[in-house]
Ligand binder design. Structure first.
Ligand code: FAD
Length: 417
C-alpha cells in the first residue's frame, strides 16, 4: 500500500497534521494503536503555562524566547508561531470543534479539584476565566450528581468562594444515573454522558437544576454532557435561566473524547485513511538512510510505503518511547533519544518535584526531522509529545507543541515553508 505520507499515531498531533496534509491534496494514512492523551485531556489546550523560572507568562509568543534553543517552539520560530496560533481556532472550527480563548495570551481554568491553572484555548464546555468576572450578582450555584466523585463539588465551590462569590452546593439525584452507582467504577464521566444522551433524561436533569436555583445567576456543572456532539450543552445553556459554566472532571474526558472523534471524522471526510487498532512494529530503510516502509502487526509483511513519514507516537506515555532498565529507546526506527544517561537522573523521588522523564523525546533537527545515529533521516519528521527538547507536563505546553509542530511538519512537506 503506497501513500504520499504515512503517520504513526492517532492523537492530537497526528490528526492535525493528517487533516492539513490531506486537505492540501496529499494521500495520507494514519496508523494508530489505541487511546491517546485527548481521552484524558482537561478539555483545554496548554501553550505555555509555566516558564523555566516558574512564572506564568501572559504574552505567549514573546515568552518563547526564554525557552532553550532545542525547544520545539524555537524551531517553529516566533513569526510562524504567531501565525499558527492565529490559525488554530479557525482550523478546529473547520473540523466542527468550537474553541474559545485568546490565541496569544494565557487565561485561567478551574480544575475538578478547585485549583486554578493557566490555559490557552478551551473546548466549548470548559469555562475560561479571562477577566475574573463570573457572576454579576455574586451568587453561584454548584450542582453535581449524587455519588459522582470525579468532580469535587465542595472544592470547586470553595474556589468560587475564594474568588469572592457566595456559593451554594446542590446535588441532583436521578434514577437513570443511580443505576450506574451499583458499581463505583461505572460512575464515570463518560458513562454519565451516555446516560444523559436520551432527550427525556436530559430534560429531567435540566428541570432538576431549574428546581434547585434560588437567587443565583450562575450555575456551575461538571463536564459530563455531549460525548457525540455539543447539542446537550446548547440545550442546557438555553433552558437554565442563568449563566452556565462547565468545569472539568477527573479522567476520562468527555470534551477530549468528543474532540478526538471530531478530528478523526474531519480527517476521514477529507479522504484520509485511518488504520485503528494496529501498531507499527518495524521499519525498513533504503540505502540513502531514508525510511522506505513501515510494517504493522495486523498487516504482517504487507509494507506501508510512502515518500514521507511522520512519527506522532506520544513519547513515553503513548508508547512511542520505551524505558529499559538502563536506556530509553525509540522502538520503531531506533532514533536518537534525548534523556540523561544515568537512570537516577530520570526522576526525582519527590513526587511533586520537576520530573525529567516527562521531557524525554526524540532528537530532531530544526525542521523536526528525526536524528538517527547522529544523522538526519531526510523523510521522517517527529511531532507532538514524541518530539524532544520540551517538558510539556512541567511547562503546560502539550497541546501547543502538538498543534504547532503538526502545522510546521505539514507545511514543510507541502513545500510552503
Ligand atoms: C494523561 C494526559 C493528559 C493530558 N492532558 C492535557 C491537557 O489537558 N491539555 C494539554 O494541553 N495537554 C495535555 N497533555 C499533553 C499531551 O501530551 C498533548 O496535549 C497532546 O495531546 C499529545 O498528543 P500526541 O499526538 O503527541 O500524542 P498522544 O496523544 O499520546 O498520541 C500518540 C498516539 O500514538 C499511538 N502510537 C504509539 N506508538 C504507536 C505505534 N508504534 N503504532 C501505532 N500507533 C502508535 C498511541 O497509541 C497514541 O494513540 C496530556 C498528556 C497526558 C499523558
Amino acid at each position: 500500500m503506497r501513500y504520499d505520507v504515512v503517520i504513526i499515531g492517532g492523537g492530537l498531533s497526528a490528526l492535525v497534521c493528517g487533516i492539513r496534509l490531506q486537505r492540501s491534496g496529499k494521500s495520507v494514512l494514519l496508523v494508530s494503536s489505541g487511546q491517546n492523551a485527548m481521552h484524558f485531556s482537561s478539555g483545554s489546550f496548554g501553550f505555555l503555562g509555566r516558564l523555566p523560572d516558574g512564572s506564568v507568562p501572559d504574552g505567549l509568543i514573546d515568552a518563547v524566547q526564554a525557552l532553550p534553543e532545542s525547544h520545539p517552539y524555537r524551531k517553529v520560530g516566533t513569526d510562524r508561531l504567531r501565525e499558527y496560533a492565529g490559525q488554530t481556532i479557525g482550523f478546529f472550527e473547520s473540523a466542527g470543534i468550537l474553541l474559545h480563548g485568546d490565541p496569544l495570551h494565557n487565561s485561567l481554568r478551574l480544575t475538578a479539584s478547585g485549583a486554578t491553572k493557566p490555559a490557552w484555548l478551551a473546548m466549548e464546555d470548559v469555562t475560561l476565566f479571562l477577566s475574573g468576572e463570573v457572576s454579576s450578582s455574586g451568587k453561584v450555584l454548584v450542582v453535581t450528581l449524587k455519588g459522582f466523585t470525579d468532580f469535587n463539588a465542595p472544592f470547586v465551590a470553595s474556589a468560587f468562594s475564594r474568588m469572592g462569590y457566595t456559593c451554594r452546593l446542590e446535588e441532583v439525584e436521578m434514577e437513570e444515573i443511580a443505576s450506574l452507582r451499583k458499581n463505583p467504577t461505572e460512575m464515570r464521566s463518560v458513562n454519565i454522558a451516555r446516560a444523559l444522551e436520551g432527550q427525556h433524561v436530559l430534560d429531567r436533569f435540566i428541570s432538576c437544576v431549574r428546581g434547585k436555583l434560588k437567587d443565583e445567576d450562575t450555575v456551575v456543572l461538571p463536564q459530563v454532557f455531549g460525548l457525540k456532539d455539543t447539542s446537550p450543552l446548547a440545550a442546557i445553556r438555553s433552558r437554565i435561566p442563568a449563566h452556565v459554566h462547565f468545569i472539568g472532571t477527573m479522567i476520562p474526558s468527555v470534551p477530549g473524547i468528543r474532540t478526538q472523534m471530531s478530528l478523526k471524522s474531519a480527517f476521514l471526510s477529507a479522504g484520509g485513511t485511518f488504520l485503528p487498532g494496529d501498531t507499527a512494529v518495524r521499519a525498513g530503510f533504503d540505502g540513502s538512510g531514508s525510511v522506505a516502509a513501515v510494517f504493522t502487526s495486523n498487516l504482517g509483511k504487507t509494507p506501508l510505503e510512502a515518500g514521507e513519514f511522520i512519527l506522532a507516537s506520544g513519547g513515553l506515555w503513548g508508547k512511542g518511547l520505551d524505558a529499559k532498565y538502563d536506556a530509553v529507546i525509540e522502538p520503531l526506527f531506533s532514533l536518537d533519544v534525548d534523556y540523561p544517561g544515568e537512570r537516577k537522573q530520570w526522576y526525582d523521588p519527590d513526587f511533586f518535584a520537576r520530573q525529567s522523564f516527562t521531557g524525554f523525546g526524540v532528537v530532531t533537527d530544526d525542521a523536526f526531522r528525526a536524528v538517527k545515529g547522529g544523522k538526519t533521516v531526510p523523510n521522517l519528521r517527529v511531532i507532538g509529545a514524541e518530539c524532544g527538547g520540551a517538558n510539556p507536563l512541567e511547562e503546560g505546553s502539550g497541546a501547543g507543541i502538538a498543534i504547532m509542530s503538526a502545522f510546521m511538519a505539514a507545511d514543510s512537506i507541502l513545500g510552503s515553508i
